[in-house]
Design a protein around this ligand. Sequence first.
Ligand SMILES: [Cu+2]
Length: 408
Amino acid sequence: MKARLVGATVAMALSLAALPVGGASAAPVTHEVHFAAFTEGVAAEVIKSFPGTLRVHSGDLIHFTANTDPAIPEAGVHGAGLLPKGQEPRTWLREQATNLEGPWAAFVPDPDEQPDLVPSAWKISNRMIFPNRPQCGATADNPCDFDGSGDGDQGVLASGMGWGVDSFLDFYVRVTAEAGTTLWALCPFHPAIRVRIDVVADDEAASSPEAVAAAREAAIARHATKAVALHEEYVDARIGRRGRDGAKVWQAWAGLEAGPIFLAGMYPRTLRVRQGDTVEWNFGRKEIHTVSLPLNTALQTPWLTVKCDLDTDAGTAEDVDGAPAPPFCPGATTQVEFDLDHTFPLPIGNGSFGGADDFETSGIRGYGYPGLRSAPYRLRFNKASGRGGFAYACMLHYGMRGKIVVAD
Ligand SMILES: [Cu+2]
């Protein structure tokens, strides 16, 4: 009798577990969305959303996170922007975000600074950095409601950047759009990170958080294996061809990419060339980098400085230094500027490295924001380096370093 009761209870529990998550009377579910992931074994980030598609019920919560990794402290900087219904990511990016005149451009000119520079000085758009509804979203008890109404500018719900140690993104949204609506969320800095959110009817199955978590873990493990193999294939790569003048042109990679995988390193780590040879660095489509040398100059130039523009862009008074943490400036978001160093966005130098006191940099290159180059960067090495070689780095990801050893 007892055994039969236990059996019935187990059967009932099993049948309950098999029911689709949600249903008309079910409590709202919290769906975890991870913007990118780091892998074990080698410094690499998988630049995509886990999951890539999500089915939710109206009233469900979505928790967006993006972890950091101590091995690549400068990576993992992601935000979440939820687009209103009818806004498709490609079009939205083109019209609103990658268009430098667009309201959601990630990088914007700084009109009252260094007007002699062409283009003028740049800063990160405050719309990318700060939440546009700061009164909600930080905790599960106080999510931001999002019904998907509005246009591609005012209708967007932006998380801004969190300032946490473990995560730049920790954002709760309650989807209140009606069933049948499709919404998209993406990282404005890394548009390859995007998730499609289908709001389904109460009697249809929503995504199961357990199944989503299991698929994510399995995918990350697969990507980790690929990342290690890719690293091993390219870390000592010697791929060159003879140029027209008889000197060699060697291939190198600033942040090797394959599919969604971004290896946070310079490939090959050390490249041995002869005087007069050229090195050609290739860039990816998911991340942006620079190739900058000598190493010390690359590392000692802070590419980003927090400034307070007390009279805003309208006035011409000089900016003052901002505090390192929020709210940064007395006037908070109306005054703070995240200024890019002028040596950071644009190429500098004559294309031939002359040794220690010669600064040569590719400028930011990578995925296709207008004004950002994605073409390979070529640098000629006319001077012997000695055994130590010429070290270089990415000004954005200081941990990405390499060395060119030039034999005479
Ligand atoms: Cu980089």
